[in-house]
Design a protein around this ligand. Structure first.
Ligand SMILES: [Zn+2]
Length: 180
């Protein structure tokens, strides 16, 4: 599927964004009840890229399959034949500061989800949800969503660059340039 035009993505995001935001908050609050903090070794490995505050407040919920219902708008998405994975079948998915994963995450995947945690904190759940929906429809699929491309790019950089970098500063750069 190719992307929708800008006027359409803004309208769609204005309508569906708040529903997605409500869905995200509901999953966060439910999963947070059983989620656990990062291990000390994970915190140690990520401390050159993330603030102590973020590493302390994030929570991880492990379950296979993930106990996550499809969002209420999924029948519409399927009807539109949109390329979107089922939340319960992805390796990991992040709702604000709660990362849900089917199996213990390797460092690259944890890093990727932590980038989303930073995006959520800087943007707020409401704006994150709106941008995610807008990006999804503009790109015509999950893989072109700018919030995802941002996280993927930093995950790549984490794996290849020798020098540590500040994820929050990078997220802010993307946001200030209007790339999210
Ligand atoms: Zn992602």
């Amino acid at each position: 599927m190719s992307g929708f035009p800008r006027w359409a993505t803004d309208s769609i995001a204005a309508v569906i964004g708040p529903l997605v935001g409500r869905y995200i908050r509901a999953q966060r609050d439910r999963l947070a009840l059983t989620a656990t903090p990062l291990s000390e070794i994970s915190k140690l490995r990520l401390r050159q890229h993330f603030s102590d505050d973020d590493l302390e407040r994030v929570r991880v919920a492990l379950a296979n399959p993930l106990p996550i219902p499809d969002p209420p708008f999924y029948p519409l998405f399927r009807w539109l034949r949109l390329d979107i994975p089922e939340p319960s079948l992805v390796d990991a998915i992040t709702f604000d500061y709660v990362i849900a994963a089917r199996e213990p995450m390797g460092l690259p995947l944890l890093f990727h989800e932590m980038v989303h945690v930073v995006q959520y904190r800087r943007l707020g759940v409401k704006a994150f949800a709106r941008l995610y929906v807008k990006g999804f429809f503009a790109a015509g699929g999950y893989h072109g969503i700018p919030l995802e491309r941002c996280a993927l790019e930093m995950e790549e950089r984490f794996l290849t660059a020798m020098e540590p970098f500040d994820v929050e500063a990078e997220v802010l750069k993307w946001n200030e340039r209007g790339l999210l």
